[in-house]
Design a protein around this ligand. Structure first.
Ligand code: ADP
Ligand code: MG
Length: 358
């Protein structure tokens, strides 16, 4: 098949490996006093970008599957490149750069050009990229998620008990999520709302804090046949003393390094059968009520009653190729015996089935 691979890498980091990007991400933290005030001092702009190493690995995997693959960078010439190249199908991992709908832009172009593509469509990707809109749909279908509101301005008071959790409405990769995101009173809450508005120019999503265990779940397939890959537990016991038990930017990018790896993922999660299947069910419901396609990674946490709640959905999951990088989707795939090449070709096959392509 003649395939396009749409992607974004930040130019300055085009040749950097995932490890170098990670080191860059933690540089500011190392240089500064680690425990004090990081939100003010950290530059996390690059947290969401792919490295060229990842894009090359996806290309090789698709070629391994017998396809001809053209790399199509999702820049402002992307539409014409797609129009001229006329691929039979596009493998899309482009996150986009600008706007709340940045992840929807390539899917929209592909729809306009009538080119089939892997993964969720522009509507579903766009909805998942707005964490409040996706929560509204989940709530409509009674899929558990934390009660929330959004605000760009300071609040006088707030319903319900502290702690609350405050995060940017539109980001991923723990961008904007720090130890200070767990707030215990209205002053702390307002400080976080201001920080998010000032640093990321977007509203803050304020949620009830989900105090229980955390999981991340990789989904592969479609509709009733969607497969739930082995549930990964985020082992929050590895979060250093004095820090909130959340998978924050500090934990993801600083405390967990290749040299000093935290034992942060348990795959499969060591939990009761009942809880395991409750998590699987809630993820299937979320996947289908948001009409996701082919693949996704869903974050889940237990609320104070032990009920699995959806935290957020990643329709374009991170897929670092090197097992040493501890990337969740490839890890869950390996657990059922799929290596990286097979995993990528499974996603491709799911899309081909949907479009009735041979
Ligand atoms: N309501 C919440 N209660 C408790 N922890 C939360 C809540 N929302 C997010 N978190 C923590 O913050 C982390 C990052 O939040 P998430 O919404 O997944 O952002 P990202 O898109 O950056 O991955 C989660 O993995 C979890 O540890
Ligand atoms: Mg997440």
């Amino acid at each position: 098949m003649k395939l396009g691979l749409t992607y974004n890498v930040k130019k300055e980091f085009a040749d950097a490996t995932p490890l170098e990007i990670k080191n860059k991400a933690s540089e500011n933290l190392i240089n500064e006093n680690l425990i004090q005030n990081y939100p003010e001092r950290v530059d996390d702009t690059f947290a969401e970008w792919d490295s060229m190493e990842t894009i090359d690995a996806i290309k090789e995997a698709l070629e391994f599957g017998g396809n001809e693959v053209e790399l199509i960078e999702a820049d402002d010439d992307a539409f014409y490149k797609l129009k001229n190249y006329k691929p039979d199908l596009v493998f899309n991992v482009a996150e986009g750069f600008y706007g709340a709908s940045r992840e929807s832009q390539i899917p929209s172009m592909l729809e306009m050009l009538n080119i089939p593509y892997t993964g969720s469509d522009s509507i579903s990707i766009g909805i998942c990229h707005d964490k409040s809109r996706s929560k509204e749909i989940l709530s409509y279908y009674n899929v558990p998620n934390a009660p929330f509101l959004i605000s760009r301005k300071r609040l006088k008071n707030i319903k319900g008990d502290f702690p609350k959790f405050v995060k940017p409405l539109h980001e991923g990769s723990s961008k904007g999520i720090y130890n200070s995101s767990v707030v215990n009173n209205i002053e702390e809450l307002n400080k976080e709302i201001e920080r998010i508005s000032d640093s990321y120019n977007q509203p803050a999503l304020i949620e009830d804090f989900l105090p229980g265990k955390e999981f991340t779940i990789s989904m592969l397939g479609n509709g009733d046949d969607v497969k739930v890959l082995p549930v990964i537990e985020i082992n929050l016991d590895e979060v250093p003393e004095g820090f909130n038990k959340i998978y924050s930017y500090e934990v993801k990018w600083f405390f967990d390094t290749r040299e000093n790896q935290l034992d942060i993922f348990r795959c499969p999660a060591d939990i009761s059968r009942e809880l395991y299947s409750e998590i699987e069910d809630v993820c299937k419901q979320a996947f289908n009520c948001l009409r996701l396609k082919d693949w996704s990674r869903i974050d889940v946490r237990l609320d104070k009653n032990g009920v699995p709640n959806i935290v957020e959905i990643n329709p374009l999951p991170g897929i670092l190729p090197d097992p040493a990088d501890n990337s969740c989707f490839p890890k869950a795939a390996r657990e059922i015996g799929l290596n990286y090449n097979q995993m990528i070709n499974e996603v491709l096959n799911e899309a081909k089935k949907r479009y009735n392509l041979k």
